[in-house]
Write a protein that binds this ligand. Sequence first.
Ligand SMILES: NC(=O)c1ccc[n+]([C@@H]2O[C@H](COP(=O)([O-])OP(=O)(O)OC[C@H]3O[C@@H](n4cnc5c(N)ncnc54)[C@H](OP(=O)(O)O)[C@@H]3O)[C@@H](O)[C@H]2O)c1
Length: 298
Amino acid sequence: MLRKAPWLRQAGRLNMSTLVLGGTGTTGSRTVKHLLAAGAPSVKVATRHPASASPSIASADCVAWDWASPAGWPSTLAEVGAIYLVLPYAPPPQAGIVAAVIEAAKAADVKHIVKLTGQLHVAEQYTIGADNRVADDLLKTSGLTYTLVDCNFFMSNHLTFNKDLIMGTGSFYGASDGKRISFISPDDIGAVSAAALLDPAAHHGKVINCSGAAITEHDVAKYLTSHLGKEVTYINLPPEALAKGMADSGVPPFLVQNLVSLESWKASGTADFGEGSPDMINILGRAPQTYPEYLASL
Ligand SMILES: NC(=O)c1ccc[n+]([C@@H]2O[C@H](COP(=O)([O-])OP(=O)(O)OC[C@H]3O[C@@H](n4cnc5c(N)ncnc54)[C@H](OP(=O)(O)O)[C@@H]3O)[C@@H](O)[C@H]2O)c1
């Protein structure tokens, strides 16, 4: 659990809320959990469907937010001191949306934005990453205080995107060529993001690398086998065959291009950050979760 933040004790900010965009999602919901555990006085969970939000976040205040309806943003941003900013999976460009939310945040006197970004080392090789880099640069020059949470591949990807395939066929596919990957637990992303939201002064201008101890996709298959009680196998394919398989199963072309580029990055060995990000150890005071620890937490 995070310590109560000095920021919370500062006069004049006790009534300010923390707004978690994407607050019902994979990383946003964990950010909410850690904010509440650390004693944040007011947490707003942004969702398109506030009336039907998950009971797991019932102790937070669910508020309406739709990226497609900026006219509704100012009322949600009232009394907000800090924002967790994560964009949904969508075709680029999304940098314009980030520019709009930065302007709305400044107009509402928001002080700090913590933005989830990804794989900054390889951003130019895939369109989502390149778009993210543009959006990150907008935030850096916005005049707001900011923190960038630079995430490696999420541990949740296998069961978020391939659960039906894994349960149906016992297999999942990739092109990582046996190389190790420093997957990161979404719960650790939430913990680090909450820390940055609660203490902007300590985290302003920082790029926090989020990566856990490196393992192969074959290791992942072994852990999933144990977790699901069902034999799971990882099947490595040449990138062209992987792209064809994705396209044949209906994955949109922009996503095929991005996902195969990311597999190439895995295969180059540069998604291997060793035993876990020192940034995370510094903030959390412990090593990042391992893949089995992540599965046990589900
Ligand atoms: N997967 C990885 O390995 C990886 C690595 C690095 C970076 N990333 C980045 O992580 C991001 C995804 O993060 P995540 O997994 O935490 O998100 P997520 O689970 O996909 O959640 C997306 C959230 O966005 C909300 N949402 C969707 N469409 C919306 C709209 N039109 N207006 C308002 N809200 C909307 C959803 O809320 P409601 O449905 O409740 O409205 C949901 O809470 C992507 O930008 C991706 O590029 C991913």
